[in-house]
Design a protein around this ligand. Structure first.
Ligand SMILES: *[C@@H]1O[C@H](CO)[C@@H](O)[C@H](O)[C@H]1NC(C)=O
Ligand SMILES: *[C@@H]1O[C@H](CO)[C@@H](O)[C@H](O)[C@H]1NC(C)=O
Ligand SMILES: *[C@@H]1O[C@H](CO)[C@@H](O)[C@H](O)[C@H]1NC(C)=O
Length: 358
């Protein structure tokens, strides 16, 4: 390479950087925005909600733009967004979309892979066109005002991997089974800021059998973050386990091993007989670090004092609850299970009586 060539190359290399930095200035008149422009993307910084629409920097270039980052920039829905119809990565988080919640429409963008609408004052799910939603992998709708989540609305995203819905005042989750049944989804954050969160319908045994079947031969972990709904009221209950194979239960617990289910005010009571069954199922699960997993740590039941929370899958809970040997014997006799506590006393008296005799 000649010296002249090297010099040109150096200029080109420097040029790439200097083009960027020379463009950092108040790039949109009458706004505090700073812009980082490249041929394929732009980032708008420090706009402080001063923008009412997206700028068109270069009319010939709009279709080359695949990435737009503009946090805390907009004070209303940017109508010109549709002109950038090849965007794959779009971050409009922190925008104020309050007045125009129903007009938020992504039907015109059919290349979206990553969409961030966190903290945009959304009251309802934005509109998406089914054909236009098939590439979307990451959807962040956290920190909004969504009250109702319907699993059916997410079925159009056939490649969705991560769904962020935390810090919405969610009160009702409908069709949760559609979210669990998704073949691509790997994580979903449903941490609600409302304490009244509930599933509109509990999953049926048949739905769980379907899900367990789907999960049985994958090694995927499904990370669910949920609060206020006890795990015990989501998964099949011990009295349904006779319609449900141990293998199915194992694959459900295994797949949810990374999940957290937190309950503060509505933690179910610890009860020896179901506790034994849950713990037996958990002990069968083939997963190396299950006793330090998020599921093991987070799923709890409430001790008799009404205050202490204990881990559902932890053997120490059965000891603390004093359902040691008696509980085990009783759990083998399902017909006695409903009167477990009275029977425990009978056993204790019988043992004391025998000891006294000896
Ligand atoms: C832009 O915002 C960043 C922090 O987000 C800050 O460090 C920087 O000083 C701001 N620039 C101007 C010109 O206000
Ligand atoms: C979306 O944007 C917010 C901040 O504006 C950020 O904290 C969050 O991590 C982003 N979400 C994703 C999935 O990148
Ligand atoms: C699961 O495994 C069974 C055979 O054990 C196979 O027939 C089925 O196609 C597999 N399902 C998936 C989703 O891979």
């Amino acid at each position: 390479m000649s010296r002249a060539h090297r010099f040109v190359l150096l200029l080109v290399l420097l040029g790439i950087n200097s083009i960027d930095s020379s463009n950092i200035s108040s790039c949109i008149p009458n706004t505090p925005c700073q812009c980082y422009l490249t041929q394929y993307s732009f980032t708008l910084l420090n706009c402080s909600y001063s923008l009412a629409d997206l700028p068109i920097f270069n009319a010939k270039n709009v279709l080359n733009i695949t990435k737009i980052i503009a946090r805390n920039a907009f004070n209303q829905w940017p109508v010109q967004l549709c002109k950038y119809s090849n965007i794959q990565i779009l971050d409009l988080s922190g925008a104020i979309f309050r007045s125009s919640s129903s007009s938020i429409d992504f039907s015109c963008l059919n290349q979206l892979i990553h969409l961030n609408l966190s903290n945009t004052q959304l009251k309802q799910m934005p509109k998406f066109h089914p054909n236009a939603s098939r590439h979307l992998q990451i959807l962040d709708l956290s920190n909004n005002y969504l009250r109702m989540i319907d699993g059916q609305q997410f079925q159009i995203f056939t490649n969705l991997i991560s769904l962020f819905l935390q810090n919405n005042p969610i009160q009702s989750i409908d069709h949760f089974e559609h979210l669990l049944n998704s073949s691509t989804l790997q994580s979903i954050n449903l941490h609600s800021s409302s304490v009244d969160l509930a599933l509109k319908q509990p999953l049926t045994v048949e739905q769980w059998i379907d899900i367990a079947h789907r999960w049985s031969n994958t090694t995927k972990l499904f990370m669910v973050r949920m609060n206020h709904i006890p795990f015990q009221s989501i998964i099949p209950t011990p009295d349904q386990f006779d319609r449900f194979s141990t293998d199915s239960m194992k694959s459900i617990l295994r797949t949810l091993m990374d999940s957290t289910f937190l309950t503060l005010f509505n933690t179910p009571k610890c009860d020896c007989v179901p506790l034994r069954t849950y713990q037996r199922m958990f002990s069968f699960v083939d997963y190396p670090k299950k006793y330090s997993s998020a599921l093991f740590q987070s799923v709890q039941c409430l001790m008799a004092d009404g205050i202490t929370h204990a881990r559902l899958f932890d053997r120490r809970t059965t000891i603390d609850l004093r359902c040691t040997t008696l509980g085990r014997k009783l759990s083998l006799l399902p017909s006695f299970s409903s009167s477990a506590s009275t029977l425990s006393y009978a056993w204790i008296f019988a043992i004391i009586f025998c000891l006294v005799l000896v």
